[in-house]
Design a binder for this molecule. Structure first.
Ligand code: ADP
Length: 264
């Protein structure tokens, strides 16, 4: 009986080990697939502006007698695509930095007034909003504090406001509001823009995911803005969420942890 019981225990252990190894392999395969997807996406995103630059340069070179206006048109294309490349590289570097240092960022959070972040982000976006005749409002209790990394949170808030402006029509309003809710502090950016179809919502925060690639590129987007927002929120121990209705607008929210009232 003792031998039988021993065999059964060994059998169960073997089964558990086998299952764990299989799960590990599945997770590794998934990670590898995500990694190669990411590399493929980066290559594709970088190749597009590089091809456009090459084509414009070749066209100029092929026609030494090209009229000045045509040459200027091609130079503008080159400048725009170079800006695009530089925006992609900046966003990729930001993402990599936040991902690599998420632990340190979390450990070094300081309880600071959230209002300064909201005000700074709105100030950065004000000219852009005015250009598009969009009213940019903000509200936040000056006494509201939370453990934050102010520069990163400002970058994330700017990304949300830039999107809200980008995907809204002239004459609409964008609201930025920070408020406490239970054990969280919420930063909400609400627009009256075109909204997002429900099937896109679960994938919106993935790198390079766009509901309309051509439109996003035409508007100067890198497809990385929301992914940066998500990483910033997670480095704060928080998360992101979105609610949207097609034709009515969207609300993106950064959920931060509130100050721990029992600390110190
Ligand atoms: P992009 O650089 O393309 O704006 P993001 O990561 O910032 O990349 O956003 C991903 C996609 O989510 C966008 O391409 C757009 O389709 C959608 N999106 C983001 N914010 C909004 C918004 N406020 N209203 C409508 N669609 C949005």
């Amino acid at each position: 009986i003792a031998t039988l019981a021993g065999l059964a225990v060994v059998g169960v252990i073997a089964l558990v080990v086998h299952r764990s190894i299989r799960n590990l392999m599945l997770r590794l395969n998934k990670l590898e697939a995500m990694r190669s997807d990411f590399v493929a996406n980066v290559s594709h995103e970088v190749k597009t502006p590089v091809s456009a630059i090459k084509a414009a340069v070749e066209t100029i070179q092929a026609d030494p007698a090209m009229p000045r206006e045509d040459a200027e048109r091609f130079t503008k294309i080159i400048a725009r695509q170079a800006d695009r490349l530089s925006a992609i590289v900046d966003d990729l570097l930001s993402l990599a930095r936040i991902e690599q240092h998420a632990g340190e960022i979390y450990a070094e959070l300081q309880s600071e007034p959230v209002v300064s972040v909201i005000e700074a982000a709105c100030e950065t976006c004000q000219a852009h909003a005015q250009e598009k005749k969009i009213t940019l409002n903000h509200s936040c209790d000056p006494a509201l504090k939370a453990p934050i990394n102010a520069p990163l949170l400002e970058q994330a808030t700017v990304n949300l406001i830039v999107n809200a402006i980008k995907y809204s029509s002239e004459g609409t309003t964008v609201e930025v509001c920070a408020r406490p809710r239970g054990r969280e502090v919420l930063i909400e950016v609400t627009d009256e823009g075109r909204g997002i179809e429900p099937e896109h919502l679960p994938r919106l925060f993935e790198r390079f995911y766009r509901t309309d690639k051509a439109r996003s590129r035409a508007l100067g987007g890198t497809g990385l803005g929301l992914s940066i927002v998500k990483h910033v929120a997670e480095a704060h121990g928080g998360r992101v969420s979105v609610e949207s209705e097609v034709g009515r607008g969207s609300m993106f929210c950064i959920h931060l942890l509130a100050d721990d009232p029992t600390a110190k």
